[in-house]
Write a protein of this length. Structure first.
Length: 413
């Protein structure tokens, strides 16, 4: 099955949220010094967790994939694929070059003979369980967003059967931008106003997604929206309890699990209007423009579902650090100075979307709980010898920080 969206799509100009003068604050204003923003870059062996929980792509390091026999075979298969004629550019595929990606999902620059560059996304050689479902979900979301102003890579083709490359793959627009991992380049590093502006643009991107009506865009069966919020705490509590089945994982490793889950259940707010939830909206899954402090694209849509989009904002803000937060941090974090604080960003989102953000603290606790559950899964695998032990210990340390942060938010009543 192949999905090929209409190739003609009109890009809308970058707009600020309703009630504001634009996506960027006035350039002449002096930037306020804010808290530090920190980025996660880790590895998740399960393959379907957030990108910051995944390892490096196969072949990462700059070598052309076309040097391997498998890759040469892939080039031949792509050039024999009838769908190639419907992609931008002319001529055969001449190269596949590795980009960053997950332990399961790999990204390649696909170059055609006329120099046109696209991005090919596919699972790793060992096809992960559910890979086709994840690709189908992502492809449907990207196709549905084609006529919206949500920044995202344009979907050129999605192939779900295995006859072409032995597994599902998609071909996407190549975004002119960078993923903000580690040190920021150029004016982002030099100008605090750029950092402040792009932080607001990131939240604006979440607000634009929240404004999209999933039912009007054919995504009404993307998940069960009814009771979505109520299902989240027991879902991830069950995940955490499931780790106990592994004899190497000690039950007392996460003593706060049940306490946090009970609090979430007891304090669950009334869910807002159903919207599209990206599911992993954080810095490792966005791209910033090189030439301006602008959100170029939100990427990695495989966890998209129907639910309460306010969780996306809470997921973003798990990376924010402010004075008074619990001590300790993940050593892989890279701080940014001069970004707005959490309260300002929450208010910005509320004004942009018209959503009630008065219960945001609950969503922040849920985001900490959810992320800690995923991190503990990697730790359990490390204890069982199924992933790097040192990496697993680091993820467990970060999970402990998230439990502490969740308890701190809970105590703010």
């Amino acid at each position: 099955m192949a999905v090929r969206p209409d190739a003609r799509r009109r890009r809308r100009p970058h707009r600020g949220p309703p009630g504001r003068r634009g996506a960027t604050p006035p350039q002449g204003r002096r930037a306020r010094r804010g808290p530090s923003l920190r980025l996660r870059t880790s590895a998740h062996p399960a393959g379907r967790g957030p990108r910051h929980l995944r390892g490096p792509a196969e072949g990462n390091g700059g070598d052309l994939v076309t040097t391997g026999d498998d890759a040469k075979e892939d080039l031949g298969r792509l050039n024999a694929w009838p769908g190639l004629a419907e992609l931008p550019g002319d001529g055969p595929v001449t190269a596949l070059e590795p980009l960053t990606g997950g332990a399961q999902n790999l990204l390649f620059t696909l170059r055609r003979a006329d120099g046109t560059e696209l991005v090919l996304r596919r699972p790793g050689r060992q096809l992960a369980s559910g890979a086709s479902d994840a690709f189908r979900r992502e492809s449907r979301a990207l196709a549905a967003l084609a006529d919206t102003d949500v920044p995202h890579p344009r979907l050129h083709a999605s192939v779900l059967e295995e006859s072409v490359l032995g597994g599902p793959f998609s071909v996407l627009e190549k975004i002119d931008g960078f993923m903000p991992r580690g040190r920021l380049p150029g004016s982002y590093a030099e100008d605090a106003e750029w950092r402040r502006t792009v932080a607001l643009a990131l939240v604006e991107g979440a607000a634009r997604l929240a404004a999209v009506d999933p039912y009007a865009h054919g995504l009404d069966d993307l998940g069960r929206a009814e009771g979505w919020l109520e299902r989240q705490p027991p879902k991830y509590l069950k995940m955490l309890h499931g780790y106990r089945a592994d004899a190497t994982y000690r039950e007392n490793e996460s003593p706060l699990v049940d306490t946090v889950a009970d609090w979430l259940t007891a304090h669950a707010p009334k869910s807002g209007a159903t919207g599209i939830v990206h599911g992993d909206l954080q810095l490792a899954n966005v791209m910033f423009a090189h030439d301006a402090p602008r959100l170029a694209a939100i990427v990695d849509w495989e966890m998209t579902s129907l639910g309460d989009p306010l969780l996306d904002l809470a997921w973003i803000l798990t990376a924010w650090r402010e004075k008074g937060d619990p001590p300790g941090s993940d050593p892989q974090f890279q701080p940014w100075d001069g970004v707005p604080g959490r309260a300002e960003l929450v208010a910005y989102y509320g004004e942009a979307t018209g959503r009630d953000v008065s219960a945001f603290r609950w969503y922040q606790v849920l985001a900490c709980f959810r992320l800690a559950a995923l991190l503990e899964g990697s730790y359990a695998r490390a204890l069982a010898g199924r992933m790097n032990r040192e990496l697993g210990e680091g993820l467990h340390t970060y999970a402990a920080w998230l439990w502490a942060k969740a308890r701190q938010e809970m105590a703010a009543d």
